[in-house]
Design a protein around this ligand. Sequence first.
Ligand code: MLT
Length: 264
Amino acid sequence: MLRDIQVNGVQFRVADEGLGPVILFVHGFPLNHSMWQAQIEEFSRTHRVIAPDLRGFGGTDGALYSVSMEQFADDLAELLDALAVEGPVIFCGLSMGGYIAWQFAQRHRNRLSKLIVCDTRAAADSPEAAANRLKMADIVLREGPEPVAWAMMPKLFAQCSSDRCPAIVASVRQMVMTSNPVAIAAAHRGMAVRPDVTGWLPTLDLPTLVLCGEHDAISPASEMKSFAELIPDAEFALIADAGHMAPMEQPQAVNAVLRRFIES
Ligand code: MLT
């Protein structure tokens, strides 16, 4: 069921399906909740699955000049309040959703039971990467999402997925192309200043799953495995024949790993 819900003057579009302990699925950049369709279908059989469109994306309004990862995290905490979620939740974020997961864990630790980060990074942007994001933010505001699609699409999928699953590639392209340029620019500006959380990871006191597509070109497996080793109670899972969009590229394999972790 898709719901529209007002939180502090922002109207959030949220997929809210199933009953039971809550799993919060947080999408990557510049996408929307529908990237989690295969996970929503699988886990709503046993859990209450909440998959929002983040501020400015999909059917959610409230785009700002810049949105920090902290702001996205606080939005989600307020959204859980508005959805009357009381107990701790399992937070599952992909890429930008992972950057938000770190901030959520720092700021709203008592709302979490487990953390899942997929295809993401703990490090901040290099100065060059941050400068590129600021440039891209200006370009998107002038020209729309096409330059972002052009820059990102070749990096999102393992070659085998682009060959085997053109429908998935097309649906991600469609998500990028229909994203609000103001939200894309705002998230780029926010990601450019996101903190490096590497030094904090040894204090993360939650069972954590670090999941990575073996061919991820944006958050490489070697880097993800290294930061997983810094988290006291973490496990690392590598998904074969997948890239950055592992949950869409290999939904059955990813769902099996998620379910084992969630039910352990
Ligand atoms: C994402 O998938 O959310 C992006 O690749 C994150 C980023 O641009 O760093």
